[in-house]
Design a protein. Structure first.
Length: 197
């Protein structure tokens, strides 16, 4: 049931969002070895040319929101005008997603567990975790628990962003997004596996 619902959501309006976010993440993942959590970590490490989880998440949500607004009948004006119409509530919500995303690299419960960061070749378990975050996000939205939905969405974005920077997907020459991560019915590609001892 969950997988059917999930499919419907991804095939519907979510499809556009999915493609956009994932394409965006992939493009941004190319020049980096890994993303820093937020603006301040970039200051502290003097990594000015590196994109942060915060930046990628904010840009992705903003772009998808503008796309969605443009596709609705009520939309008028260009991107810039639309952007100025997004109120404080919007940015507060984005801030919650960003905070939960960055916390994955700070909290002792998540920061050194490879399953949350696609580290140590634990691709399968990390993918399982990613799908759990997605399922949790959908459940919370259905229950109208939007704060909790934003929390798990932030966690999901973190792991998803880490996939493209911590796995060897880009080094494998892949230039498209890896749909199988969140859509089990899409073909699986062997990414780095745990080496046989
Ligand atoms: Zn991470």
């Amino acid at each position: 049931m969950m997988s059917q619902d999930r499919r419907r959501i991804w095939e519907g309006s979510g499809k556009q969002m999915q493609l956009f976010i994932l394409a965006y993440l992939l493009l941004l993942a190319l020049p980096c070895m890994g993303f820093l959590p937020n603006f301040w970590s970039r200051v502290l490490t003097l990594s000015w040319d590196s994109h942060t989880h915060q930046y990628i998440t904010e840009q992705a949500i903003l772009n998808v929101t503008l796309e969605t607004l443009r596709s609705t009948k009520t939309s008028q004006g260009n991107n810039e005008e639309e952007q100025t119409r997004l109120g404080r509530g919007f940015w507060r919500a984005v801030g919650e997603v960003v905070k939960s995303n960055a916390a994955m690299d700070f909290l002792s419960s998540t920061r050194s567990d490879p399953v949350y960061h696609f580290d140590s070749e634990q691709v399968d378990s990390a993918m399982g975790m990613l799908r759990q975050f997605w399922a949790q996000t959908l459940l919370s939205v259905r229950a109208k628990e939007y704060q909790s939905a934003r929390h798990s969405l932030g966690q999901l974005f973190h792991s998803l962003q880490d996939f493209y920077s911590h796995s060897n997907w880009v080094e494998m020459g892949q230039r498209s997004i890896y749909l199988h991560l969140l859509q089990p019915e899409e073909p699986a590609v062997p990414v780095a596996e745990v080496p046989q001892m």
